[in-house]
Write a protein that binds this ligand. Structure first.
Ligand SMILES: [Zn+2]
Length: 227
């Protein structure tokens, strides 16, 4: 199955975005609308963030006509993936982008919360930083409000800036009725049926008593009771 996927890459070569989205490991990305990419206003500032910007953009929009040698082709390919990621981060917080990501969330394309008491809650990708090359993508659970590492190493190596720190929170701002109820259930650790918390509390109290006693003995020993 894996071999089939990678072997069929050339079938998609005609449409760069189709090729990109069907490449293994890119399942968290949604398809950015072509109109969005073609509106240069949406890409403001990205030209200074991406090497070979013009060729990379041409490649993404299937309009690269220049003949490139292998080395240059590889560099442009890499830039195109980076550029697509940066455009993706901007697109998914627009109403169109949110709607597309919502469909993926409903299908649990981003996986489900590993926490038992979250009862298979679907996750959403989130960046811890909006700056590229800082942190890889994490998965946010809206039920326990915690973040998790993606299970697959392919997903775990995706730049978090391609999703951004705002996206999942923006999604629930726009679709508040989809916010799952907060998880109030807590796992209670027990040893032989006793809550560890109670035992720990008792231990802490005992420690405090011992320390207090020790302190008094020291003070009396030094003869400084009233100082
Ligand atoms: Zn959770």
């Amino acid at each position: 199955m894996d071999d089939l996927t990678s072997g069929s890459d050339s079938d998609y070569a005609k449409y760069w975005i189709d090729w990109f989205l069907t490449t293994k490991g890119n399942e968290y990305f949604c398809e950015v609308d072509e109109e969005y990419i073609l509106d240069r206003f949406n890409l403001t500032g990205l030209n200074s963030e991406v090497q070979h910007y013009v060729q990379a953009l041409d490649l993404i929009t299937d309009s690269l006509e220049e003949e490139l040698d292998d080395e240059m082709r590889e560099a442009v390919e890499k830039s195109a993936r980076h550029l697509y990621g940066l455009i993706h981060a901007r697109f998914i917080i627009t109403s169109r982008g949110l709607a597309k990501m919502l469909e993926k969330y409903k299908k649990a394309d981003f996986g489900r919360c590993p926490r038992v008491l979250c009862h298979n809650q679907p996750l959403l990708p989130v960046g811890l930083s909006d700056q590229p090359y800082t942190k890889s993508v994490k998965l946010y659970c809206p039920r326990c409000e915690d973040i998790y590492n993606p299970k697959s190493t392919r997903h775990a190596s995706i730049d978090g800036a391609y999703y951004g720190s705002t996206f999942p929170h923006m999604l629930f701002q726009v679709y508040p009725h989809l916010l799952p109820p907060k998880s109030n259930e807590r796992y209670i650790p027990r040893i032989f049926g006793f809550k560890i918390h109670d035992i720990a509390k008792q231990h802490r109290w005992q420690d405090q008593q011992r320390e207090e006693q020790q302190r008094r003995i020291t003070v009396v020993g030094e003869g400084n009771v009233n100082s």
